[in-house]
Every structure is written in C-alpha cells, then in structure tokens.
Design a binder for this molecule. Structure first.
Ligand code: M6R
Length: 324
C-alpha cells in the first residue's frame, strides 16, 4: 500500500503527449500539495544516473501501456524496489501489469495515432490524484476540496459547450495555417504544457513545423522567429498570468505575427490586430487546461483535413512505440 502521507517526492514520467500531461500535473500538484514534484521524459530518465529513493512515488503515464522507454523506466524502478504507480488506458498492458498500483483512465480504445481523448483522460486522472493526495494529507480545506469536486462534475458540460463552439470556428482559423512556414504556441503556467501539446498535435497531423514555448521565454530566442504572417496561438485564460501573456502577445503583433488568441468569455481584450479570438467558458483555473486543449486538437485536425492528410495515421508514426 502507498500512503500519501509518507511520500517525500513524486516523479512523473512519460513520453510525448503523456509527458505533457505530466507537465500539467506538476503545476497542479505543486499548488495542491507540499510534495516536491519532478517530471521526466522516459527516454531520459532510463539512462540518467538517477538516485532512486524508496520514499518517493514514481508515476508512469502511458495510453498504450506498451511504450518501450516508459516500460524500461518503470522496470528500472521495479528492480530498485521503489514505489510505482501507472496511469494507463490499456489496463491489460505491460506497464499496468508491472506497476505496484494502476489508475486506469477508461477512455475507451484510441484508434488515431495522435493522442486526443487519452491526453484529456490522463490529465483528468492526474488532477483527481492531486486533489485526493492533498485531501488525505490535509493540505486542502474540506470546503475547497468539495468545491473542486463540484467544479469537476460540471466539466463534461463545459467540454461539450467548448467543442460545439470551437467546431464552428476552427475550420476557418485552420485556413491561415495552410501556407504558413510554421506556427508557434505560447502560454504561461498551466497553459504552457498545453502550448507544448498544441504544437505537437499540429506537427504530428499537419507536418507543419510548430513549437510550443513558455511565453516568458520569448525574449530569450523564439522572438527572432516572428515575422509577417506567422500564425501564433496565444493561450491566455483569465488567470494570474493573463496580463503578462497579453503583453507577450503585443510583442508578437508588433512584429507582424498573426495572432489566434484563446481566452475566456467576458474578457474584453479588444485588439484590432488579433486575427481571431476564441472564448472558452470560465471555470476553476485548474480546469482550464481541459478546455484549452479542445480548440488545439480541432485546429490540428482541420489543418490536416484541409491538406488531405490521413488524420488517423500520420506518416512515420506508430500508435504504440514499442521500440526505442
Ligand atoms: O502510449 P503512450 O501514451 O505511452 O504514448 C506516448 C507517446 O508516444 C504518444 O503520446 C505520442 O506522443 C502521441 N502520438 C502524441 O499524439
């Protein structure tokens, strides 16, 4: 048994989109608990000289449960007899079978190579794990805990609403990406991992060079990439980072970037130079990543569809990466 009260550190490990869900969880866990959190890419974790510790919890995230690097990282932990937990979609998978504890995401079979519902499912299980650990360790008040559960219950309706709304606009926005040299996704805080995921989805499906950055990193290099007409997706929910992200957006606009702004409804940012604004519903700040993901997945879908690419089976990729 793993008692959350005894955990000294949590290390979250995965590849690709599963890794991005770990990055999101790092932000949640750090806000919800007092436990130090680390994240790692499985192919890096498995080869580094890591000091494994029996007081730590090692969490492995994988849709397929068969990813070679994630499995090898887990195997290393097993051999060193440290505590392991896996978050998988396929419960009869090797990763699920080898870990001490399994949290299934129950998203149903995912056919397309690009992780979509599994990514949302991974984030969901990680978020619930975060609030649960916090509750058991008494690091969240009863009132806040109950509020978080109530907000979670409202999430399916908000996702439906976001899906319906974005379905109308993303095919139009996608046209701007057709002749683009590349694209950029920027966000801060919880929107940073979603920017990484949005870029991954776009490159995977549309074969367009796309990068996600922490918006605060712009001045440290990526700003040099901004030129007339470059599509830049700005993730700026009305959270504590809002003003800062908007100021990064202005820097992009000043250099001719074509801004697609994703923010919250009732948010009056009027900038004539923003090409498109998508307004997602207001919710608990912690739940915004779920809603932010929807337009980004749809965008990748529509760009690929306009290019007549095979959306379920993008070139050079396999659903389950069982070799290094
Ligand atoms: O099955 P896994 O979740 O372990 O797969 C990890 C990555 O290969 C996977 O998320 C990949 O990045 C997706 N194709 C992204 O859409």
């Amino acid at each position: 048994p793993i008692d959350p009260k005894d955990i000294k550190k949590i290390i979250l490990i995965g590849c690709g989109s599963a890794y991005h869900s770990c990055v999101t969880a790092k932000y949640w866990f750090e806000e919800l608990t007092n436990i130090p959190i680390e994240i790692d890419i499985a192919s890096e974790f498995r080869y580094r000289k890591i000091k494994l510790n029996k007081k730590n919890l090692y969490v492995f995230v994988s849709q397929s449960g068969e990813t070679a690097d994630t499995f090898a990282a887990l195997d290393l932990c097993k051999k060193n007899k440290v505590k392991t937990c896996s978050i998988v979609n396929v419960v009869e998978s090797s990763i699920a079978r080898s870990s001490d504890f399994v949290l299934p995401i129950h998203a149903g079979p995912e056919i397309g190579v690009a992780s979509t519902k599994a990514f949302i499912g991974q984030m969901l299980v990680l978020y619930i794990l975060g609030i649960k650990i916090s509750e058991v360790r008494k690091e969240i008040s009863k009132l806040d805990y109950e509020k978080k559960i109530n907000d979670l219950k409202k999430l399916p309706d908000l996702i439906k609403e976001t899906l319906n709304y974005c379905q109308d606009y993303t095919p139009i926005i996608a046209k701007d990406f057709l002749n683009a040299k590349g694209a950029m996704f920027l966000g801060r805080g919880l929107s940073f991992p979603i920017a990484l995921e949005g870029a991954l989805k776009l490159k995977e499906l549309s074969y367009l060079h796309a990068e996600g950055y922490a918006a605060g990193e712009m001045k440290h290099g990526p700003l040099a990439l901004i030129e007339e007409g470059l599509p830049v997706v700005i993730l700026a929910p009305k959270d504590r980072y809002f003003e800062k992200t908007i100021s990064n957006m202005q820097e992009v606009i000043a250099r001719g970037g074509k801004v697609i702004l994703i923010t919250n409804e009732n948010n009056k940012i009027i900038s004539e130079n923003v090409r498109f604004t998508l307004e997602i519903p207001m919710t608990d700040d912690h739940l915004t990543p779920f809603l932010m993901t929807i337009p980004l997945q749809l965008l990748a879908y529509h760009v690929a569809s306009l290019k007549n690419y095979d959306i379920d089976k993008p070139r050079n990729l396999a659903k389950s990466v069982t070799v290094e």
